[in-house]
Design a protein around this ligand. Structure first.
Ligand SMILES: Cc1cc2nc3c(=O)[nH]c(=O)nc-3n(C[C@H](O)[C@H](O)[C@H](O)COP(=O)(O)O)c2cc1C
Length: 215
């Protein structure tokens, strides 16, 4: 696979700029319909429930949107979930993308903004399929302990998808998480030598800082 995608094989003429462009191109592709590994990143956040110790937390999410123009990513979650409580309390996140075939890892550090019930949430919700909307009709708070196994499915919707009107109450529990990326790190494994590069956004909106890092 890498042979057919020359930009993924940094050689003598590979520039940091082309790697950065490749990273965003793959992110945009993964957020689309193509079944790319990068569609399922791990989202890490800070769990500050215990202010003495703090803790790391992480889980798999679906990458819903990527925009190279303003370095933003978007994922979705239940507004009642732990991850949303964590991101509200500490609006910083790290996303880890792993592409097994291309032997590529990308880490993205970002500031997170949570959108519930606003125009951003509405735009994202309106584009969701019934299968995705269904999750937000869960009657009970996700993460709650339960004595019996409980799939937390909406009554009357077991085994079928909701219609558009039927799914609408789910909007109240729907959160769009917009991640404004401020740094990226690319790592490509290669028997001939690994390549690692770091990209930092310019807070003033200028060109990003790009540098090689020893793997
Ligand atoms: C393949 C896969 C995709 C997932 N996508 C999402 C997602 O897009 N949003 C989400 O909130 N949870 C998603 N989950 C579930 C999360 O990994 C996690 O279990 C759940 O959101 C609870 O996390 P929390 O308690 O940290 O909030 C996904 C799980 C898997 C296995």
């Amino acid at each position: 696979m890498p042979q057919t995608e020359p930009f993924l094989v940094p050689g003598d003429d590979a520039t940091l700029a082309s790697i950065l462009a490749a990273a965003w191109s793959l992110l945009e592709r993964a957020a689309g319909r193509a079944p790319e590994d990068w569609r399922w990143p791990v989202l890490a956040s800070v769990d500050s429930r215990d202010p003495e110790r703090g803790a790391a937390d992480a889980r798999v999410v679906v990458l819903r949107r990527a925009d190279a123009r303003d370095w933003t990513l978007e994922v979705h979650g239940d507004a009642r979930s732990h991850k949303l409580a964590q991101l509200r309390a500490a609006p910083r996140a790290c996303l880890v993308f792993h592409d097994r075939t291309r032997e590529l890892q990308l880490r993205a550090w970002a500031d997170a903004s949570v959108h519930v019930g606003d125009a951003t949430a509405r735009r994202a919700w309106d584009a969701l399929h019934a299968a995705s909307r269904r999750a937000y009709l869960a009657p009970r708070t996700p993460g709650e302990p339960t004595a019996q196994p409980d799939a937390n499915q909406p009554p009357g919707l077991e085994g079928r998808l909701p219609g558009v009107a039927e799914s609408e109450p789910g909007f109240a529990s729907f959160a769009a998480i917009v991640l404004r990326v401020h740094a990226l790190e690319w790592l490509r494994l290669d028997r001939a030598g690994h390549h690692r590069a770091r990209f930092d956004a310019d807070p003033a909106g200028g060109a990003p800082a790009m540098r090689w890092v020893r793997p």
